[in-house]
Ligand binder design. Structure first.
Ligand SMILES: Nc1nc2c(ncn2[C@@H]2O[C@H](COP(=O)(O)OP(=O)(O)OP(=O)(O)O)[C@@H](O)[C@H]2O)c(=O)[nH]1
Ligand SMILES: [Mg+2]
Ligand SMILES: [Zn+2]
Length: 305
């Protein structure tokens, strides 16, 4: 008799406490989780072992993470959505009307995870001229984020998206209905079924991805589809983290008179000057102030970590 021992695996789909994991031999199996305290997410490297006389495997351990992306659950508590990412892709479209604060918050999360990020404008086939949109996209580009205008429907510029994601472990995030699942279906053969499988169980009566699923890309790498339910933004971070999460503000902030400048009303603030001189986007600066205020409010409510 052969005794199958424990081995490393990769979590590739989660649905509440049920998971799909990819074993070292590359085959995917269903898995459950040992105990209540383990909380594996998509992208996690885990230890699994077979359960005698069952098709399911058991996840017994979550290995240390390189990074994690968190956002609030329905009770407002931060919950990890995915782990071990190398790239973050924020998708916007029109409709739904872009909420740039959500985009900025995701970019802030990417900065804190120390991974690269891109802003992708989808539904290029229906957006009329969109000068205002293009101006916003130009702002992201000017501070070093890759930007692409594409259409998951027509296929326009999908090659550019493929090139961005190639070899990366990415997550696609953004408001509900921007076309995350549609874009991933374009990028991955047979993704339809897999994204649909996690989409139908939401009970919200519409096609919504409620859990995360990771799909392999043909050119190497993988991409995670995430639910945009109720337009979640990432979990709120500490005030100190907000200060480093807006890269152009952090950059100009090095020239402020005071090293601990919060770039609000302090004298000699290089950030305020840069906003006045249009070297920093006033809209991005407003997002910064808004997120800092949110973060401060939360810090007051919570004991320090
Ligand atoms: N015209 C047009 N419609 C698109 C495009 N991409 C997606 N859609 C449509 O937009 C709607 C939402 O697409 P989804 O892919 O489900 O959006 P999602 O971001 O995955 O939404 P959630 O899972 O709810 O977060 C669907 O009706 C799609 O057919 C596009 O490039 N052009
Ligand atoms: Mg979806
Ligand atoms: Zn300052």
């Amino acid at each position: 008799m052969t005794i199958e021992v424990e081995q490393k695996a990769l979590v590739t789909a989660t649905f509440s406490r049920r998971m799909t994991v990819q074993l070292q031999q590359d085959n995917s199996v269903d898995a459950r989780i040992k105990g209540k305290r383990l909380k594996p997410v998509c992208g996690d490297r885990v230890i699994v072992r077979p359960i005698p006389n069952e098709a399911d495997w058991l996840i017994t351990e979550v290995l240390p993470r390189d990074n994690e992306l968190s956002r609030p659950n329905s009770r407002g508590q931060a919950e990890v959505l995915a782990a071990n990412l190398t790239f973050l892709c924020v998708l916007v479209a029109d409709p739904p009307q872009p909420d740039w604060f959500i985009v900025d918050r995701y970019l802030c999360a990417a900065e804190l995870m120390q991974i690269a990020a891109a802003v992708i404008f989808n539904k290029l086939d229906i957006v009329p001229d969109g000068e205002a949109l293009r101006d916003e996209m130009r702002v992201f580009n000017s501070i070093g984020y890759a930007t692409v205008f594409c259409s998951a429907k027509s296929g326009e510029n999908i090659r550019q998206v493929e090139r961005l994601l190639s070899g990366q472990i990415s997550i696609v995030v953004g408001q509900s209905g921007v076309g995350k699942s549609s874009l991933i279906n374009r990028l991955v053969d047979d993704a339809d079924q897999k994204t649909a499988a996690v989409s139908t169980a939401s009970g919200e009566g519409r096609h919504t991805t409620v859990n995360s699923v990771m799909l392999q890309l043909a050119d190497g790498g993988a991409v995670i589809d995430s639910p945009g339910v109720r337009d979640y933004a990432p979990a709120t971070v500490s005030p100190g983290e907000v200060l480093t999460g807006f890269r152009e503000i952090a950059e100009f902030g090095r020239s402020c008179r005071f090293a601990n400048c919060h770039h609000l009303r302090e004298p000699g603030c290089a950030v305020k000057t840069a906003v006045d001189e249009h070297a920093i986007s006033a809209r991005r600066y407003e997002s910064y102030r808004r997120l800092l205020a949110l973060s401060n409010r939360l810090a007051e409510k919570r004991p320090a970590r």
